[in-house]
Design a protein around this ligand. Structure first.
Ligand SMILES: Nc1ncnc2c1ncn2[C@@H]1O[C@H](COP(=O)(O)OP(=O)(O)OP(=O)(O)O)[C@@H](O)[C@H]1O
Ligand SMILES: [Mg+2]
Length: 270
């Protein structure tokens, strides 16, 4: 029998869904993540956790920037190993620190995000980026290095969107930004998720991140200590005592608090 048409219907059913099973990753002999199992469903998922927990390491491993062990599947298919193949498969990363080309204009930086597609499609996506980020259209010819931190972060997000990803990963997009700018960026990530791109975001701005996210995971020393719907996590002991509470919030407190809440998390995937 002949088969006509694409195997997947566009729209809801083609939204990116990442399944991560027994993931391990690190640097040389130093293993940061061990046996990490989580699921990034369509919508906005936030990864929380203290400094050094392995959040960036997780995004690097999922982007092919460092080797990984275990199984990762994107919509049921094994995730390739190489970064270029992962990008072709529809995953894009906005790295920590933005990593723009400061001596290039906003437009040139954005065009680099569309390197995989032809000129006409790249121009179409650039127009779309300027529609989605009107502030960047006004600054199209400005050198990226002369923009404010918040504006640069916006360029970094828009550049990642130029590859038309199915799954967008962001590493601490609000780092170092003023509160209003933080709100604006988190609203942008929410809008991206609502428009059908699955978003996986690492954030230290716990309260604000949980307010916009659908789900969250808390990572400590390379291990998951809690997970669940964002609204539930925001009320959980681990988050309230270790991240939102007054006073010192050390990793030890967070870990012990977590153990009491983990089993209450309905979406815990293990
Ligand atoms: N290139 C590297 N080489 C060796 N060790 C590294 C490297 N990058 C990170 N690490 C180590 O891996 C561990 C996890 O680091 P990672 O950057 O993933 O943490 P993080 O959760 O993103 O922290 P932060 O909130 O500070 O960004 C840390 O102990 C860190 O020192
Ligand atoms: Mg980090």
């Amino acid at each position: 029998m002949m088969f006509f048409g694409p195997p997947f219907v566009l729209g809801g059913s083609s939204r990116a869904h990442l399944q991560v099973q027994s993931l391990s990753a690190g640097y040389g002999a130093f293993l940061v993540l061990r046996d990490l199992t989580l699921e990034i469903k369509p919508g906005l998922t936030v990864i929380l956790g203290p400094n050094g927990a392995g959040k960036t390491t997780l995004l690097k491993a999922l982007s092919g920037l460092i080797p990984r062990g275990g199984e990762v599947q994107l919509n049921g298919e094994a995730l390739p190993e190489k970064t270029s193949d992962i990008v072709k498969g529809g995953m894009a990363l906005v790295p920590e620190g933005r990593q723009l080309f400061p001596q290039m204009t906003v437009t040139e930086n954005l065009e680099l995000g569309g390197w995989l597609v032809g000129k006409a499609e790249r121009a179409r996506r650039l127009e779309q980026a300027f529609n989605d980020f009107p502030k960047l259209r006004e600054r199209a010819e400005q050198l990226a290095g002369t923009m404010s931190g918040g504006e640069q972060q916006m360029v970094a997000v828009a550049r990642a969107m130029m590859s038309a990803p199915r799954l967008l990963m962001l590493d601490e997009p609000s780092l170092g930004l003023a509160p209003r700018m933080v709100d604006e960026l988190l609203a942008i990530t929410r809008r991206i998720a609502d428009n059908g791109t699955t978003v996986l975001m690492v954030e230290q701005n716990v309260k604000k991140a949980l307010a916009v996210a659908d789900r969250g995971y808390v990572l400590e020393r390379g291990t998951l200590v809690a997970s669940g719907p964002a609204a539930l996590l925001a009320r959980s002991t681990v988050i309230r005592e270790a991240y939102l509470g007054a006073g010192a919030a050390g990793a030890t407190t967070a870990t012990s608090a977590a153990k009491t809440t983990v089993q209450a998390e309905p979406e815990r995937v293990l």
